[in-house]
Ligand binder design. Sequence first.
Ligand code: NI
Length: 137
Amino acid sequence: MNKKVAVIRREHFNAAHRLYNENWSDEQNMATFGKCSLPHYHGHNYELEIKVIGEIDPVTGFVMDLKELSDLVNDKVIERFDHKNLNVDTEEFKQLNPTAENIAVVIYDLLRPHIKPSFELFVRLFETPRNFVEYPA
Ligand code: NI
């Protein structure tokens, strides 16, 4: 049994969103989501960390080639969300509130089928330098 190691790739995207519940009044949305519920959207500089945990391949010495992981994240996630309005321009968030929590779960689900089943996958998403989420918890 080889030792398990975590490898992490950091990526970045910009996106706009609005947090709101369409069944609520403007007042209730403002009370819950604050400025994030303002109707004309606002942007975030999202920082994304993708962590893969697995055994070191004795042939390559890698768990996973980080270039390969970077290409995968860019292809499946960054291309899809970068410079988009998440509420308006993406299928994923037309019916799903684009909170950092929901974005992290969506990103996990986009990547999971493309990562070797024996590897563990974790998504960490920074919405601001001080606010970030992790999935799975
Ligand atoms: Ni926001």
